[in-house]
Write a new protein. Structure first.
Lengths: 301, 370
């Protein structure tokens, strides 16, 4: 029983991180019908910048409590990743908006390689340990172990998702975003500046991605330059599972994927953990391409 | 592959003969011209293997327009098929008649296995296009790699991350390619004899691709790329033709993989990572999707660049900084990434496009600006 509960907890933690990243994919897809392959790399850069920043602060002899140090790191990482998201859209996607579908996909892959290799040049090819600034106390929860960090990740992720939903559903910006995703031309005629909206979408998605990156790094106690591609792929799977372009779908898909993965790792085999995620992806695309909550069909070229 | 400036058949013949002579003496020229001719020859051998891969991927991406990001999996299937039957690893488990089959049988088997995996990937993804397909193929490639990495327990099939060692070299016409061969007073080292072997297969694959391009099937592929619904309406069985594209492209990868395994003498899952798929894609995109000479050019550029970088960047770095600051491997990938972006932005048809593709893309642009 406690293994079951433990895997549920692990799954929820990982799943809420996936959900945060999946939101970034799904927002961009909803507006531009484009898979932003570089999103995983933004997650990675968010984690790396935060770690570097915290290490710098500690090195400078500033002894703040752990969470404050983390906050300082995040305050640095979020603008960096937002800027990156903005630049990527501006350089690699905007000129190709009317090009054949294959073109932006290939630039997206190119951008992702460039970011990954640039990160390797800056931070080296080794694992970066996450600085030990957070409490590592383990609580007993009905026979399963749970840490403050895990609780914090889930709560923060839920808060961020709530904030995003409020933004999309209740604010003027959100209304403009929804309009753009339904029909960019008509939204433009109604006085929405589409370019600004698309840039904003990329920046919001990147900010969420950077926070998710820090959560990943803190959860696994490490980060490295290659971490982006796998986590990006998983999050994309989550977005497809829930129905791409659908925000609630991304959240449901993310948490579900996290649970599936940790259950498979716990009960079947942990070395095939990543295979299960891909099998889920292929299964969803074959049997229900619109995802669990989606209405769109996959057959768009 | 009509090259514009070669109008008459005689001119064309002359160029082909010149090309053949250059290719025939290339290994000796490399040995004579460069101090490290041996390592250059190895690089050329690998470039030839990549040309086969790029031509295989070109069928799927270039002709049929299906973006495949897991192509290296077929290379892996070919390589592991060869490796399992030609290394001491499974000797105890398999019956004797299965071990060390004749080379021709082996190549056909590798092509068949890879083709089978191609169909296996193609069947569930028939309905998908564009970015969805890209993601699924990427996942498929990773599944194959993870399986190769983990199939060492409970039964040890692939020997896991350590990979397979001691793969025997090719035996053909009573010659052992693993030892220097004396012929006409020349000594053919391993890299030399493999150069000619791989070159022969490369020529075969180029020939097959050329014939396919002109055939009913080739035209059907292009038709599917242009408009699948219209192609269907014209009486093309899109399902079978797409599966054929996957199988055909995969089987080229399988042949290349088998040659790779025997040349290298060692395979491990590390050779089949996602980056390799991306590199092959990069070759096709840079060279010019759907154009055979373009794809060959792309493959040569992408696979030779690291060698050039290693010879040029490292001395330069130590001269400027006094030590090695940048890893040439990183720089190479960085350059490829930038090249992919720049090419797509400035010259989406590739460096050497087919005339048809070029017209299509520029037609799109005119529509967009009009």
């Amino acid at each position: 029983m406690d293994i079951f509960l433990q895997q549920i907890i692990n799954g929820l933690v990982v799943g809420s991180i996936y959900a945060l990243i999946a939101l970034g994919y799904t927002m961009v897809y909803g507006i531009m019908q484009l898979i932003n392959f570089a999103h995983g790399e933004i997650v990675m850069i968010g984690a790396m910048v935060t770690i570097t920043c915290i290490n710098l602060l500690i090195g400078a002899g500033i002894n703040l409590p752990g969470p404050l140090l983390l906050l300082a790191g995040l305050l640095m990482a979020i603008p960096v990743s937002m800027l990156l998201g903005f630049a990527i859209e501006r350089i690699a996607y905007r000129p190709l908006r009317r090009a054949p579908r294959l073109a932006p996909l290939i630039t997206a892959i190119g951008v992702s390689i460039v970011l990954q290799q640039a990160a390797m040049l800056i931070w080296g090819r080794n694992y970066r340990p996450f600085p030990a600034i957070l409490p590592t106390e383990v609580h007993d929860f009905f026979g399963a172990a749970i840490t403050d960090l895990q609780v914090a990740i889930v709560v923060l992720a839920l808060l961020l998702m709530g904030g995003l939903f409020f933004l999309i559903e209740r604010t003027k910006l959100g209304r403009a975003m929804r309009a753009t995703s339904q029909n960019p031309e008509v939204a433009g005629l109604m006085g929405v500046n589409i370019n600004t909206i698309i840039s904003m979408t990329f920046m919001i998605g990147s900010a969420l991605g950077a926070m998710a990156g820090v959560m990943v790094a803190a959860n696994y106690d490490q980060a490295h330059a290659y971490m982006g591609s796998l986590i990006g792929l998983k999050a994309f799977t989550a977005a497809v599972l829930g129905g791409i372009g659908n925000l609630a779908g991304a959240v449901v898909g993310g948490i579900l994927l996290g649970l599936i993965e940790s259950m498979c790792a716990g009960y079947l085999s942990s070395s095939y953990k990543d295979v299960f995620a891909f099998v889920v992806l292929i299964g969803v695309l074959v049997f229900r391409p619109s995802g669990l909550l989606g209405e769109r069909v996959a057959d768009r070229a | 592959m009509a090259i514009d400036f070669l109008k008459t058949p005689r001119q064309r013949l002359a160029v082909y003969i010149a090309l053949a002579v250059v290719l025939a003496v290339l290994p000796w020229a490399l040995g004579g011209l460069f101090e490290n001719g041996k390592s250059w020859l190895r690089a050329v051998d690998f470039a030839l293997l990549y040309i086969m891969l790029a031509l295989g991927l070109n069928i799927v991406v270039g002709y049929t327009g299906l973006l495949d990001l897991g192509y290296i999996a077929f290379y892996a299937v070919g390589a592991y098929t060869y490796a399992l039957l030609n290394s001491p690893h499974l000797q105890a488990m398999l019956p004797v008649w299965m071990m060390h089959p004749p080379f021709v049988v082996m190549i056909i088997l590798a092509a068949f296995m890879a083709g089978l995996f191609g169909v296996l990937l193609g069947t569930p993804t028939l309905k998908l296009r564009g970015d969805y397909l890209a993601i699924v193929t990427l996942g498929f490639g990773e599944i194959i790699r993870i399986c190769l990495n983990n199939l060492d327990h409970p039964i040890n099939i692939t020997n896991g991350p350590q990979g397979l060692n001691g793969i025997s070299k090719v035996h053909l016409f009573g010659l052992d390619f693993g030892k220097p061969i004396q012929w006409l007073g020349l000594t053919f080292d391993v890299a030399h004899s493999y150069y000619y072997l791989i070159l022969a297969f490369c020529a075969l694959i180029i020939f097959v691709t050329l014939r396919l391009q002109q055939s009913r099937i080739g035209r059907a592929w292009v038709a599917i790329r242009e408009d699948e619904i219209a192609a269907n309406a014209m009486g093309i069985n899109t399902r079978n033709i797409k599966l054929l594209a996957f199988a055909m492209g995969a089987s080229f990868g399988g042949v290349s993989g088998a040659l790779f395994a025997s040349f290298q003498g060692f395979v491990s899952p590390e050779s089949f990572v996602l980056m390799e798929s991306v590199m092959v894609l990069c070759m096709v995109v840079l060279g010019g999707m759907g154009n055979i000479p373009g794809v060959i050019l792309g493959a040569i550029l992408v696979s030779i660049t690291p060698e050039l970088l290693r010879d040029a960047i490292n001395p330069l770095q130590s001269a400027v900084f006094g030590r090695r600051v940048f890893d040439p491997e990183n720089l190479r990938m960085l350059i490829f990434g930038l090249a992919m972006i720049t090419i797509m932005l400035l010259r989406p048809e590739g460096l050497w496009p087919s005339r048809r593709r070029k017209l299509e893309i520029h037609e799109h642009e005119e529509e967009a600006t009009a």
